[in-house]
Ligand binder design. Structure first.
Ligand code: SAM
Length: 224
C-alpha cells in the first residue's frame, strides 16, 4: 500500500503546484509540467538541466520545482526574454505568415533583448525557486557556442520552425549524457516541431522515443 499512498501524495503535490504555476503566462499544460517535474526530479544521468525558450517562467518553474524536490541539478533558462507581456503587437486581421513575421521581428530585435527578464525573475522568485534557476539572455545558438558541460535534461521550446529545431538539436544534443533526455514541446501541434520529431525519433542517432504526454514528447539517449 505504500506505493499507492506515495502516488496519492504525488498527485496532490502536482495539483497544488499546477494551481500556483498556471498563474504564470505560458503555453504548457499541467500534465506536461508534471512530466518535466518528474524528469527533473528523478531522471537518469548526471548533468545540467537546460531549457531553450523560457518566456515568463511557467515551464522553468516545473523543471526547477522538480530539481528542488530531490536537490538535483539547477536549471539554466535560455531565452532572448524580449517579449513584453503588455505590449503585444496588434495582429488582428493579419494573415498567419505576416503575424509570424511581425512576432519574429519583435523577438529578434536587439533593442528588445532582456525586456521581460524582470518579469521572468519575479515569477521564479514568487515560486521560491530563485536558487534553482540561472538565466542566459541569448539565442539558443549563441548560448550553445559557450556551453561545454554535460546535460541530463534538455527542454526544447524556443523557435518552432523546422530548421530552427533542427539547429537546436545539432548544437545541443552532443552534450546529452547517456540516459539523459530531450523533451520537445508542441509535438503534434506545431508543424515544424512535429516534422522534426518524427524524423528524429526514427533516425539512427542513439536516441529512442520514451513517452509523449499531451504535446510533450521525450526521447532518451541510449547507453553507449
Ligand atoms: C513558446 S515560448 C516558451 C514557453 C515556455 N517554455 C513556457 O512553457 O512557459 C517560446 C520562447 O522561445 C523564445 N525563443 C524563440 N526563439 C528563440 C531563440 N532562437 N533562442 C532563444 N529563445 C528563443 C521566445 O523568446 C519565447 O519566449
Amino acid at each position: 500500500m505504500l506505493g499507492v499512498a506515495n502516488r496519492i501524495v504525488d498527485y496532490s503535490e502536482f495539483y497544488e503546484l499546477s494551481v500556483k504555476i498556471d498563474r504564470i503566462p505560458g503555453f504548457l499544460h499541467a500534465p506536461e509540467g508534471a512530466a518535466l517535474y518528474t524528469l527533473a526530479a528523478e531522471g537518469y544521468g548526471v548533468g545540467a538541466i537546460v531549457e531553450l525558450g523560457s518566456l515568463f517562467g511557467r515551464s522553468t518553474s516545473w523543471l526547477a520545482a522538480g530539481s528542488q524536490k530531490t536537490q538535483r541539478e539547477c536549471v539554466t533558462a535560455i531565452d532572448l526574454f524580449s517579449f513584453s507581456n503588455d505590449e503585444s503587437p496588434n495582429l488582428e486581421n493579419m494573415p498567419v505568415e505576416e503575424q509570424e513575421a511581425v512576432l519574429r521581428k519583435d523577438l529578434f530585435d536587439r533593442q528588445n533583448r532582456g525586456r521581460s527578464l524582470n518579469e521572468f525573475e519575479k515569477n521564479i522568485r514568487e515560486m521560491n525557486l530563485s536558487d534553482r534557476v540561472s538565466s542566459i539572455v541569448a539565442t539558443s545558438e549563441e548560448a550553445a557556442t559557450e556551453w561545454d558541460k554535460p546535460i541530463r535534461l534538455l527542454f526544447v521550446d524556443a523557435d518552432h520552425a523546422y530548421e530552427a529545431v533542427k539547429k537546436d538539436i545539432e548544437l545541443w544534443s552532443p552534450h546529452i549524457c547517456p540516459g539523459g533526455c530531450i523533451a520537445f514541446h508542441d509535438v503534434g501541434d506545431w508543424p515544424g516541431v512535429t516534422r522534426f520529431y518524427d524524423e528524429f525519433k526514427n533516425a539512427d542517432n542513439g536516441f529512442r522515443h520514451l513517452i509523449q504526454v499531451g504535446t510533450l514528447a521525450v526521447a532518451h539517449r541510449l547507453p553507449e
